[in-house]
Design a binder for this molecule. Structure first.
Ligand code: PEP
Ligand code: MN
Length: 351
């Protein structure tokens, strides 16, 4: 059940409703948006009459949640979730946030070079996998802890925020000091034990859509994280497997407006994995912004031909810079914005 309080409801009224919800067996999640406080009751309560809540003092409306995802649904936060990161960076506000960098962390030279380039072009987050989920056990599996240390060092030197993939529960504690956001990859979208543990931490999660996952399944996976009390989740469309083989995956651009409609969580587009082809990345990035995404995750490498993973879909830095200029125009056309180039700031970074 969702109980939306009146904007001028007193704390006493809120507590009264909350206590009654707990009494009948709900596990209550409280969120205070810009307009009002919303109480979401989840779990299996004893039978109750929603009308009893509708008439309580301070209540604007109360209704049963019919969708299977209770906390990820838009009703929990009708005005949308804005996730706050260090350095005043937010995701879910007016600015479309761009996260860019190589698929894998490979070396110090590579990471400093790419951080300067993507940061200079206006990206606010540096991406890079230290633990890599590879289809083959013989492929490069990532630099591990050394990669995390490097990411933090580069992030601190450039002011870029760090996003990197967590593959299993045992890596969570290890990663927390080094990253600003933990990415859950497509292959782990339904690793429910991992999702539950991520619900217990207080660091934002970037949750990718599974390779063959429906939108409802993606939202239910987000629900696992939210139900633990971590409400800072970003959803990411990264392409799904269809009968089409020309592109690596089929990027479902319609997932962007659908997710924005169904959920309050910020939505990102990943045109790199969405297409698997460098020559298609810019078009899908532009389309994602036009469709209303809150951010993008883009693979960029200083020397894509030498990349240890996903080189074919990684942009050259100059292509990324040009794309950012195009995205600024599109963002403005749809009432959003993308931060300016930041050459000076990024150039301060020393190897
Ligand atoms: C990645 O971001 O490099 C990655 C492995 O993505 P996905 O989980 O979407 O395949
Ligand atoms: Mn990749």
């Amino acid at each position: 059940m969702i109980v939306a309080m009146l904007h001028d409801a007193t704390e006493e009224e809120i507590q009264h409703v909350l206590a009654r919800m707990v009494e009948i067996g709900f596990n209550v999640h409280r969120t205070t948006g810009t307009q009002q406080t919303v109480l979401a009751g989840v779990g299996q309560p004893a039978s109750f009459d929603v009308q009893d809540f509708q008439v309580m003092a301070g209540v604007a409306e109360a209704h049963r949640i019919t969708s299977p995802y209770k906390l990820a649904g838009r009703g929990f936060r009708p005005s949308g979730t804005v996730i706050r990161f260090p350095n005043g960076v937010t995701v879910g506000g007016d600015e479309v946030m761009v996260m860019a960098g190589p698929c894998s962390v490979e070396s110090r030279e590579q990471m400093f070079a790419i951080a300067r380039q993507v940061g200079g072009a206006g990206a606010k987050f540096l991406r890079g996998g230290a633990f890599k989920p590879r289809s083959s056990p013989y492929s490069f599996q990532g630099m591990g802890l050394d990669g995390l240390r490097l990411l933090r060092e580069v992030g601190d030197a450039t002011g870029l925020l760090i996003v990197s993939e967590v593959m299993e529960i045992s890596q969570i504690e290890l990663m927390l000091p080094y990253v600003d956001c933990l990415q859950v990859g497509a292959r782990n979208m339904q690793n429910f034990n991992l999702l539950r543990e991520l619900g217990l931490i207080r660091k934002p999660i970037l949750l990718k859509r599974g390779i063959a996952a429906t939108i409802e399944e993606l939202l239910l996976s987000a629900e696992y994280i939210l139900s633990g009390g971590n409400y800072d989740v970003m959803l990411c469309e990264r392409g799904i497997r269809t009968f089409e083989t020309y592109t690596r995956n089929t990027m479902d651009i319609s997932a962007v407006p659908v997710l924005k409609h169904l959920s309050h969580l910020p939505v990102l587009g990943d045109p790199s994995h969405g297409t698997g082809r460098r020559d298609m990345v810019a078009a899908m990035a532009r389309a994602s912004v036009a469709a209303g995404c809150d951010g993008l995750l883009i693979e960029v490498h200083p020397n894509p031909d030498k990349a240890v993973s996903d080189g074919a879909q990684s942009l050259f830095p100059q292509q990324f810079e040009k794309l950012m200029d195009e995205l600024r125009i599109i963002a403005t056309a749809v009432g959003r914005n993308i931060g300016p180039r930041a050459r000076e700031a990024a150039l301060h970074a020393k190897v």
